[in-house]
Design a protein around this ligand. Structure first.
Ligand code: SF4
Ligand code: SF4
Length: 407
């Protein structure tokens, strides 16, 4: 697709990158078939090919309108289109660039600006989000139904880390921002299981969020600054001999693995960021590189439907890793449909585009429960909470079941 860059983008890294990505698109439309918003809304502009057209117009200098912004907002950034595309079009990166330009050129209504500001000011800060969540959980029983679904019930489960940490291999575990408040048992279960596999864990110091939230809300400079801070801290860990950074929330993992790409134009940070990205692993990657016989087999476990988050299957390209692990450990996995489709969580999407998110969740829950599982497992705290608000079935992180049932 030939592109004539607008003057304000000529000879800029952003402009050159966007033009290079656009050149790879042959406009075949294969990607529309696997796009959840196109399937739901049936509008070409709510599918990847239509959005690519909008992005092309935008970087060629056409007037950007609220309508353009709306179609870009409705994109889940699930990257299902990217894994479908036979030409390897890096749609996600093109969308990042286009959204940032749109954000600078189209002023959002006040209510939207306020909500986006609030999300960025609260969610990525455990010290702000944690107390607010506790307060919400206190009044949860008397909240109206619509509000209740926004406040997750208090977590259940064992939050203790192994008393003694030993083992030949040494890794750092990312703490996360919202996850420690919502579900601290996930990292604790990971530490206990990894200890049994001979892996010593330390909690990675984390001064700030991984940057995912700001990045997805097009607050690019703030996101990059958070990434630089983390790159400094985690580079020190690697210098100290830590093998890699383990992430139990696939959304955070996908962002950290992108650090090299996102900081590629920063001469001071590009190499360090690339190193951190290369040494970041999803929990499932570390587990599948370990001797699973040490965990024994799952006993008396419920039947499980597995929802692989988009950030694990499309962004990190690990579409079957969890199912393989759970299969080897003897869990009974039930059949599901349309595994490639997003559940509608997508970071803050479930809050900002709640109508579409709820419809996608209903479809996803239907697809997950065709064989009547007793439990749903996933690998990202956002998906876990979003799915849980739509079903009576328990929704857990898969490591919680490994911890509970493998003996
Ligand atoms: S993004 Fe890929 S699949 Fe979609 S229209 Fe372009 S080349 Fe075809
Ligand atoms: S990222 Fe997901 S929602 Fe967005 S265009 Fe691609 S498939 Fe559709």
């Amino acid at each position: 697709m030939h592109t004539q860059l607008a003057d304000f983008l000529k000879d800029t890294p952003q402009g050159n990158e966007a033009a290079a990505i656009l050149r790879t698109c042959v406009h075949c439309g294969f990607c529309t078939a696997t796009c959840p918003t196109y399937q739901l809304l049936g509008d070409e502009l709510d599918g990847p090919r239509g959005r690519i057209y909008l992005l092309k117009q935008l970087i060629e200098g056409a007037r950007v309108t609220r309508t353009t912004q709306l179609h870009l907002d409705r994109c889940l950034t699930c990257l299902s289109c990217q894994t479908t595309c036979p030409s390897g079009v890096r749609y996600g990166r093109l969308l990042d660039i286009g959204r940032e330009i749109t954000e600078q050129r189209v002023r959002r209504p006040l209510a939207q600006r306020a909500l986006r500001w609030w999300l960025r000011a609260v969610l990525p800060y455990e010290a702000r989000f944690g107390p607010l969540l506790k307060l919400g959980q206190l009044v949860r029983p008397v909240l109206p139904r619509a509000l209740k679904s926004l406040v997750p019930a208090p977590h259940r489960g064992d939050t203790t880390w192994p008393a003694v940490q030993n083992g030949a291999r040494r890794f750092a575990l990312l703490r996360g921002c919202a996850q420690p408040a919502l579900a601290p048992q996930i990292n604790a279960a990971s530490a206990r299981v990894l200890q049994r596999l001979g892996i010593r864990l330390l909690e990675a110091p984390q001064a700030v969020c991984c940057g995912a939230l700001n990045h997805h809300l097009s607050a690019t400079e703030q996101a990059l600054q958070q990434m630089r801070t983390n790159v400094d801290v985690w580079s020190n860990l690697l210098d100290d001999g830590v093998e890699a950074l383990i992430v139990t929330a696939s959304g955070c993992g996908a962002t950290i693995k992108q650090y090299g790409e996102l900081l590629a134009h920063d001469t001071q940070y590009s190499a360090k960021a690339e190193r951190v990205a290369r040494h970041t692993l999803d929990l499932a990657e570390v587990m599948s590189d370990s001797d699973l016989q040490r965990l024994g087999r799952a006993e008396a476990a419920p039947s499980i439907a597995c929802h692989v988050p988009c950030t694990l299957q499309h962004a990190q390209r690990l579409p079957t890793r969890i199912q393989e692990l759970l299969g080897v450990l003897g869990f009974n996995l039930t059949r599901t449909r349309d595994a490639h489709l997003c559940c509608g969580s997508a970071g803050t999407y479930s809050i900002l585009q709640s109508g579409i998110a709820e419809k996608l969740r209903s479809r996803k829950l239907e697809a997950l429960t065709v064989e009547r599982p007793q439990c749903i497992v996933t690998a990202n705290i956002g998906c876990l909470h979003h799915l849980q608000t739509g079903t009576q079935l328990p929704v857990r992180h898969w490591i919680e079941l490994v911890d509970a049932y493998c003996r």
